[in-house]
Design a protein around this ligand. Structure first.
Ligand code: GNR
Ligand code: NI
Length: 174
């Protein structure tokens, strides 16, 4: 199973809007397997296909606290069908924005409709970390990043920091 490179800001591909998947076929399943392994390797708790450069509406997630007990979740064409008016705050990070964290307000609860790994239609009620994470991932599918919710000043500082770190890493590699 292939590990893919995770794109980081300011890569403009991360701003593309991903397209719906019309069938959960073998190709889509292989992509989901590669995404899951790339996410575990990172490590992270969620990954959207666009983060490895594929503009399809696919998300994988694993919120299990025990690395021995894997709990992979797959969301194809996820859609929020309901969200609470009540908001909650969570300290978010993103594999595409390495080493940067910020408190973000989002609806505390939401309902999400999607296709699972077998292509079956599902709808779940999400709260807590699952609610935060699925909203973060659906944002990726729409080209939105958590830094877009920050002030211009905070956002610019993060973009500058990540760009600088990226250039320094490039220098070491070269
Ligand atoms: O690994 C991740 N952790 C995380 C923490 C708080 C809120 C959202 C996330 S998702 C992130 C992985 C990622 O970038 N997914 O797109
Ligand atoms: Ni992210």
């Amino acid at each position: 199973m292939a590990l893919k490179k995770i794109l980081t800001i300011p890569d403009s591909i991360l701003r593309q809007k991903s397209l719906p998947v019309d069938k959960v076929n073998k190709e889509v399943k292989t992509l989901m397997d590669d995404m899951l392994n790339t996410m575990y390797e990172a490590p992270g708790i969620g990954l959207a296909a666009i983060q490895i450069g594929v503009p399809k509406r696919i998300v994988v997630m694993d919120l299990s606290k025990d690395p021995e007990k894997k709990n992979p979740m797959y969301f194809v064409n996820p859609e929020i069908t309901w969200k609470s008016d009540l908001k909650s705050t969570y300290e978010e990070g993103c594999l595409s924005i390495p080493n940067q964290f910020a408190k973000i307000d989002r609806p505390e609860k939401c309902n999400v409709k999607f296709l699972d790994y077998d292509g079956n239609s599902k709808e779940i009620k999400a709260e807590g970390l699952l609610s935060t994470c699925i909203q973060h991932e659906i944002d990726h599918l729409n080209g939105v990043l958590f830094i877009d919710y920050l002030s211009k000043l905070k956002k610019d500082i993060i973009i500058k920091k990540v760009s600088k770190d990226k250039k320094e890493t490039e220098r070491v590699v070269v």
